[in-house]
Design a protein around this ligand. Sequence first.
Ligand code: ATP
Length: 228
Amino acid sequence: MISMKEVWKKYPNGVMAVNGIDIEIEKGEFVYVVGPSGAGKSTFIKLMYREEKPTRGDILIGGKNLAKIKERQIPLIRRNMGVIFQDFKLLPSLSVYENVAFAMEVIEESKANIRRRVMNVLEIVGLKNKARFYPHEISGGEQQRVSIARAIVNNPSVLIADEPTGNLDPDTSWEIMNILEDINNRGTTIVMATHNKEIVNTIRKRVIAIEGGRIVRDEAKGDYGYEK
Ligand SMILES: Nc1ncnc2c1ncn2[C@@H]1O[C@H](COP(=O)(O)OP(=O)(O)OP(=O)(O)O)[C@@H](O)[C@H]1O
């Protein structure tokens, strides 16, 4: 499903953020990416959705090599992946419904399909009754649920999450994790960078630890392994 071969990433300022990573992630897996601050987790994640291009190496996702594709092919690749962030990145002037629908309108779906699918994903994340609200009218946890709905509305095979619980209190973080587990149980592969020790040590999944841009540990049902 996702395969990285000898991947390196050097930023223009000379920082080598990823130093020769090899990894295989199978369809349907749930993978945590952990490691100290500055270890290269976000860069690793950004390489996966082609926000950053590798300096060297191959990144194969669903048969396409992200290292080789042209800029204009990026939107096509992204249709098959959803991304969620610590700070939600919702559009403030659009309602909950519109934020989710927007992700479908850009790929020219019919209005009826959009309505059916948007209400369906809002139901999955438990927000059907808030469809008309605006981001500033709902809580942080609800905003993250909208961003999850937006990420899955096109039925992606991969969901990539960079610190999805970073801005949320513990109870809300667990709610978000329940939703992500539910989505994973429906067959979506999930790769999630996190600093949340409690979550990693409780909801046991594969753990990849990155330090200094290298994978230093890769364990099935692993633990967080750091103090904080
Ligand atoms: N756009 C960029 N340009 C230059 N250097 C960068 C850029 N983004 C990240 N870096 C550097 O690359 C290294 C890895 O950063 P990255 O954000 O991937 O780490 P991280 O593990 O996600 O950290 P955190 O847990 O603090 O979010 C760091 O030294 C960082 O300063």
